[in-house]
Design a protein around this ligand. Structure first.
Ligand code: GRF
Length: 203
């Protein structure tokens, strides 16, 4: 059975594109029911529409309270019978209300090896710090900022001749493999959350 997923984005949507491509190739047993952005100019909205995926821009600025904004998102998720929410470059923090509604059914990709460099600029923070190894982390979302149980991590060793751009470009292409792999494991029912740890069951 295919799982219904929603992808929340804020920007270019290259991670969304990799999910779309891996769905169309048959690697991912999912239907992308909708894409939602908090930014009108997010290029990911165009990527979604190019593949006939319903794409919504919900303006957080239109609402007095964050809960009201999220209520609008939750309505769309309910209408589209969404079972898993994937945050792919979605830059806003979700409220506990939203997280409780989709408890253990929201996953996020973060562009650093958590718990190092949480927050909005994982690549920049890791690069400026001078780490020798960085990468990305896919995790379940809890009410903290990038603190939920870790599903998978991808490793990106810094090369001697790297510039920030080459480091980031390679990092993004690692994200494009790791996020779909985590979605696949979720859809196959192979993830067990045990406290802070996520156990991956054999096939
Ligand atoms: C990715 O690095 C993601 O991990 C981060 O924002 C970037 C979004 O990229 N939080 P894209 O919109 O998927 O191209």
């Amino acid at each position: 059975m295919k799982k219904n997923i929603a992808v929340l984005i804020s920007g270019s949507g290259t991670n969304l594109q990799s999910i779309i491509d891996k769905t169309e190739s048959g690697y991912l047993p999912i239907t992308i029911r909708c894409v939602i952005s908090d930014r009108m100019d997010a290029y990911g909205l165009i990527r979604a529409r190019n593949h006939n995926i319903p794409a919504f821009f919900i303006d957080p600025g239109k609402f007095q309270k964050r809960e009201e904004y999220e209520a609008e998102i939750l309505n769309i998720l309910t209408e589209h019978e969404v079972e898993l929410v994937v945050l792919a470059g979605y830059m806003l923090l979700l409220t506990p209300h939203f997280i409780n509604r989709y408890q253990n059914r929201i996953i996020n990709i973060h562009p650093a090896l958590l718990p190092s460099f949480p927050g909005t600029d994982g690549y920049g923070d890791a690069w400026r710090y001078g780490v020798k190894v960085s990468g990305c982390t896919v995790h379940f979302v809890d009410s903290g900022c990038d603190t939920g149980p870790i599903i998978l991590q991808g490793v990106n060793p810094i090369r001697k001749d790297d510039t920030f751009e080459s480091f980031k470009e390679r990092g993004l292409s690692i994200e494009h493999e790791v996020l779909p792999e985590a979605i696949k494991l979720y859809c196959e029912g192979r993830l067990r959350i045990e406290g802070r740890k996520v156990r991956i069951l054999e096939k």
